[in-house]
Design a protein around this ligand. Structure first.
Ligand code: PEP
Length: 255
């Protein structure tokens, strides 16, 4: 595995936090702290209504803006949903798909994750595709099976070319927002499982080029150790992305 050839991506997931004015303030605080830190891509995935303010605040900086979901239909009677074309037109580059909170609270399935991913890629967005096992699965010793199955179902029908615009975020559900973090070894192992599945589905070149993030209570104190692992190419960060100092320290850990 050649970690050096892969893009490290540090992405924040603000979840349902921050009004547009708070978003602009946080980005203007963060920007000078991460200026010139070009060893990783820096992305903030913000609530839909914050996108405009976030893009304006991030103009001229090395911070890119993403959304937290996208619908798979192009348009129509889908009240409350947002299409990929809408995101592109307002300047969004990335979109999170399949976050465990969407799977847990909003009925997201591997099938809809796959449909959303296809729609986002077709529109030219980069996808941060989240998957990971529940605590019961880890305790039952079936993490590998679950993560492998999710990878296969979520990527079904995607081409090698599509994979160039996909980042996979391995997010063990038991570690998200709980303060529990996977050990660097657990994170590396699961990210390695995903990479192997991708190699079997596509080829070695595609697998080695794929950015695989770890997410689950990553913070300024544990980021360095997690990011040092050969299969961990970045982080998807919830809570710690809401504080400019903590998030900037994670970006530092990725340099
Ligand atoms: C997340 O929202 O994807 C996440 C990993 O959250 P936290 O860092 O708060 O666990």
């Amino acid at each position: 595995m050649n970690k050096a050839t892969r893009k490290t991506v540090i992405a924040g997931n603000w979840k349902m936090n921050m009004t547009p004015s708070a978003a602009a303030k946080l980005i203007s605080e963060l920007a000078p702290k991460v200026a010139g830190k070009n060893e990783c891509d820096i992305v903030l995935c913000v609530p839909f209504v914050d996108i405009d303010a976030a893009i304006k605040a991030a103009e001229g900086t090395n911070i890119k803006i993403g959304a937290q979901n996208v619908h798979f239909k192009e348009s129509g009677a889908y009240t409350g949903e947002i299409s990929a074309a809408m995101l592109c037109e307002v300047g969004v580059e990335y979109v999170i798909i399949g976050h465990s909170e969407r799977r847990q609270y909003f009925g997201e399935t591997d099938e809809t994750v796959n449909l959303r991913t296809k729609a986002a890629l077709a529109a030219g967005l980069k996808v941060i595709l989240c998957l990971g096992e529940l605590l019961e699965a880890r305790q039952s010793g079936i993490t590998e099976e679950i993560v492998s199955m999710q990878t296969k179902l979520d990527l079904a029908g995607l081409t090698k070319e599509d994979l160039k615009n996909v980042i996979i975020a391995y997010e063990p559900v038991w570690a998200i927002g709980t303060g529990l973090t996977a050990t660097p070894e657990q994170a590396d192992e699961a990210c390695g499982v995903i990479r192997n599945v991708v190699e079997n589905l596509y080829d070695k070149e595609t697998a080695e080029a794929l950015t695989i993030q770890y997410g689950g209570s990553m913070n300024d104190a544990n980021a360095k150790e997690l990011l040092a692992k050969v299969n961990v190419d970045g982080g998807l960060i919830g809570g710690a992305s809401l504080k400019s100092d903590a998030f900037a320290a994670i970006v530092d850990a990725a340099q």
